[in-house]
Design a protein around this ligand. Sequence first.
Ligand code: FES
Ligand code: FE
Length: 393
Amino acid sequence: MENLETGICPSTLVEDGRVHRSVYTSAAVFEAELDRIWYRDWLLVGHVAELPEPGSYVTRRMGRQPVIVCRDRDGRVRVLLNSCTHRGATVLRPGYGRARAFVCMYHGWTFGLDGRLASVPMRDHYGPEFREEALGLKEVARVALYRGLIFASFSDDAPPIEAHLGEARRFVDMALTDDIEVLGTMEYEYRGNWKFHMENTIDGLHGIYLHRLFGNSGLLSSGNSLDLGNGHAGLMWRAEKAKGESGRLMGLDTTDTSPDTSRTIVLFPNTGLVHIQDLINLRIVMPIAADRTRVFTAALGRRSDTPELRARRASQLSAVQGPAGAAGADDIEVFEALQEGCAARAPEIDWLDFSRGERGSSGDLTDETGVRGCYRRWKAMMAVSQADRGRSI
Ligand code: FES
Ligand code: FE
């Protein structure tokens, strides 16, 4: 059943229009994903608005590896492995804040904002071979900014970020202007595979059935499911004015009815960008195991917002997103149902259907055009042999 152990390449578990259940359940597939996707590709690790001044930091994960995303004394954004070079403990506990230096709680080794080992207690107890300069926090190979998004990659061979984002840049540009601010953040875990979140973000059909509030509020209308290349994908649809009590409940009651103002984007593999009328929501997906995923989500606004709009955008974080949100609660429930259900196995049902809609790069809003693009990229990356990897650490 677990194909990797029997020597079957995991890339054969995805075909155009169908996906084998084991890509969600197999620990061996998950390990291969870490090596071939999570430790090679560009990953979103934050937004510059989270780091307003020198010393600002957030903790994140890149695959299984904990990282610190921070702004050093010169204002430069750095991504450091959150692992003390003494005995390996995480130097910062999960969270965010501002620091003058990073002090490990175990034995007090102290690192500068640039990762350098700044001081060690009772330094004179070490011999002449002890070299501080070799014991700084390891820096992740590549860091790149695009529209305030902070991307990092363990691979020296990762292409320029603009080339990686390709056509998806156009959609990022529409949502993320230069005056973005973070209005609130949340992190949660669900008992399901990371790809369920990827699929769901660009699933234009489920809203009508799973999110009855959205279905009734008139938010869903005609639009497109788009394969943007490189595994990136999106939905774009005409924004109708939110109607009735459900629209108000979600804080989506808005006068902005211009066409094409609603879109949800996946930047493969770990970014979700949701821009529905005046809701701007950024998500960073961080896999823990085949059946466990952590999600960071941030409500974004613009510095030019009126106090009323700012309050509405902020309230959307808890009203719409996360385990208690009007949409988040539904989605998380279904992620766990998917994980549990995918344990059911028989040759006749092992392949799951992703064939809805015409082939090509653009389909109807409810088609599975975008998600097929995500899986094309997944398949291509999973087919790369380990010898070909460009990992730096
Ligand atoms: Fe960090 Fe010892 S593990 S100081
Ligand atoms: Fe949903």
